[in-house]
Design a protein around this ligand. Structure first.
Ligand code: SF4
Length: 341
């Protein structure tokens, strides 16, 4: 039975209310959307992409098709990268500035909601599921900073949070919302079973910024460069990285990466090294051309080539202006490890 306030709101309504849902493609946001749709609210969704997304676009497409709702896609590019360099609320366990990231996403979602006439936002956030950004105080702080105080409905944990505006106005019935807390995903799986949702992606998915190896590279990059561009990120995502004083080299790990590195070299006019007579990696050389560092870069490249151990190997160093032959032996592993980023 619907409560009085909700029933009154339904009776008085001349049109259905409208919400904008942040849809990540994971189970939580799907369940949140389902719960709101089941209360007779019109829902449109927005899916945010960042340069660090490992998200499954297919699952988002599948959900919106199944739910028959409109999807908007927003790519957060340079604005997102600038935020990462110096996030007001710091980083999580790695280089993930989740609080600032959420504020940014909510600000953009707010603009979209105003454009499409949505009265409130919906997310699949669960209280305590993520230690950094899904604590109660953090959630409320994000709301405030995004200028959305009271306007975010979190159907999975709503009963554990202060009443949101749509609940107060009777646009949704608080009694039909949930009180899920914590990192165990059993309640969500149980709810999915009840709602007959069978196919949903693994919750891992995610964001490269939480990956310790990638975070280490990014930290190192920011220490040397102090800024971050989309081109930098493209390079951070590929190959093995080594620091040789002021120079960074990126060594391809397979055919696919070698192809990507050659492409980056061509587009950004970055010199590269490769073995002349043996199969081996492409190595990008980023930084000032110094003979000793070029030799060291060549020796690292030989280490990952098919050349027999211990023999001198001819390497080419190619830049737009010149091509140079360098003859070196593979670097020893103990020396190599000291340079690895
Ligand atoms: S994990 Fe990545 S995408 Fe998710 S909130 Fe944190 S920074 Fe943003």
């Amino acid at each position: 039975m619907l409560n009085r306030k909700y029933q009154d709101a339904l009776d008085n309504k001349t049109k259905r209310s409208k919400a904008l849902a942040l849809l990540s493609g994971g189970l939580d946001s799907l369940l949140a959307v389902k719960l709101v749709l089941d209360q007779g609210v019109d829902v449109e969704a927005v899916n945010f992409m960042t340069p660090f997304c490992l998200c499954d676009r297919c699952s988002v497409n599948k959900f919106v098709k199944e739910l028959d709702i409109k999807i908007h896609r927003i790519f957060l590019g340079q604005e997102f990268l600038d935020m990462i360099v110096n996030p007001a609320h710091g980083y999580g366990s790695q280089m993930n500035p989740c609080l600032d990231c959420r504020v940014l996403m909510f600000r953009r979602a707010k603009e979209l909601a105003e454009k499409i006439g949505a009265e409130f936002l919906v997310t699949g956030e669960v209280l305590g599921e993520r230690p950094f950004s899904q604590r109660k105080e953090a959630m409320l702080l994000i709301e405030r900073e995004a200028g959305l105080e009271g306007k975010i409905l979190r159907p999975l944990s709503a009963k554990l949070l202060p009443k949101s505006e749509p609940e107060k106005k009777g646009l949704v019935d608080r009694d039909r919302l949930l009180a899920i807390r914590g990192r165990r995903r059993l309640p969500q799986m149980e709810l999915a079973r009840k709602l007959c949702i069978k196919d949903y992606p693994n919750p891992s998915g995610g964001c490269l910024l939480t990956d310790p190896g990638f975070a280490q590279r990014l930290r190192e990059h920011l220490k040397y460069k102090g800024e971050l561009t989309l081109e930098d990120v493209a390079l951070l995502k590929v190959g093995r990285h080594f620091r040789l004083d002021t120079v960074k080299i990126v060594v391809g790990r397979n055919k696919e990466e070698n192809k990507r590195l050659l492409m980056i070299s061509k587009n950004r006019r970055i010199p590269y090294l490769e073995a002349l007579d043996y199969k081996g990696p492409i190595t990008l050389y980023v930084g000032e051309e110094k003979p000793d560092l070029m030799e060291r870069a060549a020796a690292i490249t030989v280490r990952y080539s098919d050349a027999p151990k211990g023999i001198p190997v001819k390497m080419t160093y190619r830049s737009n202006e010149k091509e140079k032959i360098i003859e070196v032996r593979a670097i020893k592993d103990d020396k190599l490890e000291k340079m690895r980023i």
